[in-house]
Design a protein around this ligand. Structure first.
Ligand code: GFB
Length: 326
């Protein structure tokens, strides 16, 4: 990938896509360690109203006209445990359509390299921890996000099938739970960290005595800051091919914490001093989801942003988002 290569970032306004945009246009947090300085100048994007990625003909026409050389497939219908559980049809339909249209158009129009972004929920609910890439399809999935996981597994298998049949260079990467600037702070649809940042902030402002945390607080999660993920994606896109990463590769930090610990740390960063109350009528989801990142590690990439630092940056982003809508 050269600085003037034509790069299409699908989903450039989302948590992942916007981080990839930042990384492509500005220096890597690893700059100085030989990881490149950004400076990609030929990036093409389309908003949802300009291009409906579930529309096969529109996607095909876009690829025919634009002829991108590299594609980051970061467009997806995403959400937290509640949204996944309720909007099950939307999650499977929209994700299957977007992936299918973009992967097929990339093959048809000669894309040099495509990166498909999946999710750690592709692994079986009770997979041994940490989860190695080879545990895919060795057991039953977590029911709250099964439709989303099936769509993401289909994306991995599509990339692999096109590589094998047509000799394409389509790489799949599986990030762990993500957070960062531009996250979704809607309390019903979001993931746990943006939800807790908002709840704790609002409780602090209203001098409320407690904040409700869903579930038991005992599930463990691994959290990766979105700019770190973007750095890993660009690192892999530049240096590796599908043959180097195999069917797909995990991207994570290799460490996990309980939801209770995450909530306590957010309370500290936000400055909320009340009680945490656990609502056990809400689902816990998967008990643990820790990725084995030894393959990525061996390729020479490790995450940089510590959890406290990432939460502090995310809280600053939330404050800015609140200020801009006030
Ligand atoms: O982040 P989250 O929604 O998704 O929830 P998953 C993680 C854990 O945090 C669950 C608990 O045990 C939740 O019950 N939790 C506590 C909360 N308080 C809250 C809250 O206020 N909001 C939310 N959302 N959770 C998602 C999948 O699973 O992970 C997606 O649904 C995707 O498919 C994503 O794979 C990475 O980690 O459980």
């Amino acid at each position: 990938m050269k600085s003037d290569s034509k790069i299409y970032v699908a989903g450039h306004r989302g948590l992942v896509g916007s981080a990839i945009m930042r990384r492509l246009t500005s220096p890597s947090p690893h700059a100085g360690e030989g990881r490149g300085e950004g400076g990609y100048t030929n990036i093409v994007t389309r908003t949802h109203s300009e291009l409906d990625l579930t529309d096969q003909r529109a996607v095909d026409e876009f690829f025919e006209k634009q002829k991108p050389e590299y594609v980051f497939l970061a467009a997806a219908k995403v959400g937290g445990i509640n949204a996944n559980n309720i909007y099950r049809a939307d999650f499977i339909y929209q994700n299957l359509m977007m992936e299918s249209n973009i992967i097929h158009a990339s093959y048809k129009h000669g894309v040099k390299k495509l990166m498909f972004l999946g999710s750690s929920c592709i692994y079986p609910k009770h997979a041994p921890q940490p989860m190695k890439e080879e545990y895919l399809l060795t057991g039953l999935l977590e029911p709250t996000n099964e439709p989303y996981a099936i769509a993401k597994i289909a994306g991995i298998k599509m990339c692999d099938a096109y590589n094998r049949q047509y000799g394409t260079n389509f790489m799949s990467v599986m990030p762990t739970n993500l957070y960062g600037p531009g996250d979704n702070y809607d309390l019903q649809g979001s993931h746990v960290l943006p939800a807790l940042i908002r709840k704790m902030h609002e409780a602090k402002m209203q001098n409320a005595k407690e904040v409700v945390v869903w579930g038991t607080g005992s599930p463990k999660r691994e959290f990766l800051y979105s700019d770190d993920l973007a750095d890993a994606c660009v690192f892999l896109m530049k240096r590796c091919s599908a043959v180097d990463v195999g069917e797909f590769i995990n991207i994570g930090v290799g460490k996990e914490i309980t939801i209770r610990e995450a909530a306590e740390l957010i309370a500290e960063v936000v400055g909320f001093r009340g009680q945490l109350v656990f609502d056990t009528s809400k689902p816990d989801g998967t008990p643990r989801k820790l990725l084995d990142v030894s393959r990525l590690d061996a390729l020479g990439w490790q995450a940089k942003t510590g959890f406290r630092e990432g939460i502090a940056k995310s809280y600053a982003d939330y404050l800015q988002a609140v200020a801009s809508t006030a």
